[in-house]
Ligand binder design. Structure first.
Ligand SMILES: [Zn+2]
Length: 108
């Protein structure tokens, strides 16, 4: 059974959502490739870790660094992008139940 008010909760969450930034945030450590740099030592001491934002634009992967300040400012936008599909899936589940209740479980 659907929880009471599930539809209202989902609808208000969808309605109140702010911006949503696509892509993923990943911490990365890198080697620059310069001879003599500590990242070329054995064992290597890599640069970073840096927080990077990766997304796909017209089939190409686009990556940019995100500073701590930017993360603090935009964290909610990144979170919203994960929450919205989850809310849509919940709404789809409720909608399927509503359809089946109204129309019966079997197709005619
Ligand atoms: Zn290096």
């Amino acid at each position: 059974m659907a929880e009471p008010g599930a539809r209202e909760r989902i609808e208000s969450s969808l309605g109140e959502s702010g911006f949503a930034l696509p892509g993923s945030l990943v911490w990365r450590s890198t080697a620059c490739g310069k001879a003599g740099c500590h990242c070329q030592d054995d064992p290597p001491v890599l640069h970073g870790p840096y927080l990077t934002w990766t997304r796909t634009v017209r089939g190409k992967t686009v990556t940019r660094k995100i500073t701590e300040d930017q993360l603090a400012h935009y964290q909610e936008w990144f979170d919203n992008d994960r929450k919205l599909p989850q809310l849509v899936r919940e709404l789809e589940t409720l909608s399927l139940r509503a359809f089946e209740q109204a129309e019966g479980g079997k197709s005619r």
